[in-house]
Design a protein around this ligand. Structure first.
Ligand SMILES: [Zn+2]
Ligand SMILES: [Zn+2]
Length: 248
């Protein structure tokens, strides 16, 4: 079975902390150069730049999935990734209606801009995106799974904005498709806090700058790059239970 290199956690110009060099065009070109086959754009609480990245991906032989890094009311980050862009945009609408109406301060947090395929700024988002929504983790996971999305708690080994830093553990019973670990050397430290023991492990770049795209990646086996292939391949990855070697 062919193996494809995936980086499903990349921020763009729409994230305040994302560099302005992270236009959809630059991301796709850099992903291609870094040898990635499948990527997802996952901006904080927004999915709009995925529209443009997906079109560019088609022209460049990179499958671009529409995603978001959602911040729940518990102040933890979840990656939501979809097979169709409409579902991601529906999530954006739902999340936006649950996002506090606090204005962004671009000088402090950074710009939040929607950029098209030709690097033209379409609009600037005025509301601060790096903020907790009113959605609980349970509400968010339920919504995403009901629409056929993938849910992956972000950087569970991080000391901020992670499910472990905020809840104290990874609870069993929530239908997570995988858990994202930033530093594999922290696996043994984090393992006791994970109750969802059969959940697969992945690692992605969480890139905010072009140079970081693909710096961490997960190799997935599938016939050809597709959303359905990603869903199935995630289910075959080593879980946190066994401590089996990491797949890349
Ligand atoms: Zn995060
Ligand atoms: Zn992130």
């Amino acid at each position: 079975m062919p193996i494809f290199a995936c980086d499903l956690h990349i921020h763009s110009t729409l994230s305040p902390c994302g560099s302005l060099e992270m236009s959809p065009r630059n991301i796709v070109i850099r992903a291609k150069a870094a040898g990635l086959d499948i990527i997802a754009i996952t901006d904080h609480n927004m999915a709009e730049n995925c529209t443009y990245a997906a079109r560019l991906g088609k022209d460049n032989g990179v499958l671009v999935l529409s995603g978001m890094e959602l911040q729940t009311s518990e102040e933890l980050h979840l990656l939501a990734i979809f097979g169709d862009h409409e579902a991601a945009m529906e999530l954006q609408e739902y999340v936006y209606s649950n996002l506090p109406s606090v204005p962004n301060n671009p000088d402090y947090f950074g710009d939040q801009v929607v950029v098209d395929e030709k690097d033209v700024i379409i609009r600037s988002e005025e509301r601060l995106l790096l903020n907790s929504t009113a959605l609980s983790i349970n509400e968010a996971v339920l919504w995403i799974k009901e629409r056929g999305g993938i849910v992956i708690p972000s950087h569970i080994d991080s000391s901020a904005f992670s499910i472990v830093s905020q809840l104290g553990y990874v609870p069993p019973g929530l239908p997570f498709d995988a858990l994202e670990i930033e530093k594999m050397e922290k696996l043994e430290t984090i393992r006791p806090f994970v109750m969802a023991k059969d959940t697969p492990l992945v690692t992605f770049s969480d890139a905010h700058y072009l140079k970081d795209i693909g710096r961490r990646r997960t190799l997935l086996e599938m016939e050809r790059p597709s959303y359905e292939g990603v869903v199935e391949a995630l289910g075959h990855l080593p879980t946190i239970r066994g401590g089996t070697p990491y797949p890349c």
